[in-house]
Design a protein around this ligand. Structure first.
Ligand SMILES: NC(=O)c1ccc[n+]([C@@H]2O[C@H](COP(=O)([O-])OP(=O)(O)OC[C@H]3O[C@@H](n4cnc5c(N)ncnc54)[C@H](O)[C@@H]3O)[C@@H](O)[C@H]2O)c1
Length: 348
């Protein structure tokens, strides 16, 4: 069975996902592309042999599954339309930029009675993060106490703002913390001090986030976006009996002439290609195996995870403004998100 996929938003991520689905994902075919920029839509459609749709509603009608990779503020409209049409929908992060918009998506999915939404927090499919979580869950380092994380971008465009360091950069670390410890974040503090000389005037880079987990585990996240030397992702969990950290490099380490060398990825697409591929394989597999069963058509991060991440980002933005600790208040978790899906892809 081939799952016919429609991609809404044909920019950097939309194109990358369209190519991945077409070239590297068994059982999937991108048959439709839509973008408010008609030239982009046409270019990506030509690359993957798909049809261009001017209307997203018509695209959703014409396909088995939908990828939403347009700008964040436009996600809600397309995700709601996909839910209304009963289509599984993979939505790039954020699910939506405000808690109210995420609420409307949760309400729609709960009313549909079936999980249809997957959110693109791809680190959950990264082999290094999976290996780290296996150690934490397996108990080898004892009860987790702390996590140190760093998210360093080589550079960002001029339009990137201090707030986006929370909502676009640290949001991945927020999701990792919730996933790693399988519990919610209850409070966020965001500190910014000495500013990098490479930052635009008024731009608060780097930032240090402190995430307080429900059980008392503390997570510190360095989020900086002018690192210059590459895209550097780090993580270490400290337990009562030991520590576990992400390996330095997924590639080879060369030692010669008194020095060790390993490649640092230039940007996120390179660092997380394996994770992106795995998340789409899992998504297509679950759709193919559950389409006629009436079971959930999601795998991995759910709309609840998207909602919780946005709620934490809102608290983070308040903390960035206030300079103080802000509590994260979540609505009660609907029953729909308390049960595991019938089919799981990679271990999560
Ligand atoms: N998972 C990750 O690591 C990761 C990395 C980068 C971006 N993203 C997310 O992916 C999404 C897209 O980011 P990008 O970097 O590809 O941006 P982009 O600007 O390169 O592409 C976005 C595309 O959406 C189109 N678009 C805008 N409004 C639209 C609308 N109403 N309907 C249809 N198309 C519309 C634009 O014309 C553009 O082609 C964002 O939500 C972003 O946060 C995720």
């Amino acid at each position: 069975m081939t799952i016919r996929v429609g991609v809404i938003g044909a920019g950097v991520m939309g194109r990358d996902h369209a190519l991945r689905l077409t070239r590297r994902t068994a059982g999937a075919q991108v048959v439709a592309v839509a973008d408010t920029d008609a030239e982009r839509a046409a270019a990506v459609a030509a690359e993957v042999g798909a049809q261009v749709f001017a209307s997203a509603a018509e695209l959703i009608d014409a396909v088995d599954a939908v990828v939403v990779a347009s700008w964040g503020a436009t996600h809600e409209e397309y995700v709601l339309a996909a839910i209304a049409a009963g289509r599984p929908v993979f939505c790039e992060k954020p699910l939506a930029p405000t808690r109210e918009a995420c609420d409307r998506i949760l309400d729609a999915e709960v009313a549909a009675g079936r999980r249809l939404v997957t959110v693109g927090f791809m680190r959950r499919d990264d082999p290094q993060y999976l290996a780290m979580k296996e150690v934490v869950v397996g108990g080898a380092i004892g009860a987790p106490l702390l996590m140190h994380a760093a998210h360093r971008n080589a550079s960002v465009p001029d339009w990137f703002t201090s707030e986006m360091i929370v909502t676009d950069t640290a949001v991945h670390d927020i999701d990792v913390a919730r996933w790693m410890f399988d519990e919610e974040i209850v409070a966020v503090t965001v500190l910014s001090g000495r500013v990098s000389r490479k930052a635009q005037p008024g731009f608060r880079d780097p930032q240090l986030l402190i995430l307080e987990m429900a059980s008392g585990i503390l997570v510190d996240v360095e989020a900086s976006v002018n690192a210059g030397f590459g895209y550097d992702i780090r993580g270490e969990v400290v337990g009562e009996d030991g520590t576990v950290e992400l390996s330095e490099s997924a590639g080879a380490v060369v030692k010669r002439a008194g020095a060790a060398h390993t490649r640092i990825p230039g940007e996120w697409i390179e660092r997380f290609t394996t994770a992106f591929d795995a998340e789409f394989r899992a998504w297509i597999d679950v759709i193919a195996s559950s389409a006629d069963s009436g079971d959930h058509l999601t795998v991995g991060p759910t709309a609840w995870d998207g909602y919780a991440a946005t709620a934490c980002c809102e608290a983070g933005l308040a903390a960035l403004r206030s300079g103080t600790r802000e509590r994260v208040e979540l609505r009660p978790k609907p029953e729909l998100y308390c049960t595991a899906p019938l089919t799981e892809g990679t271990p999560r």
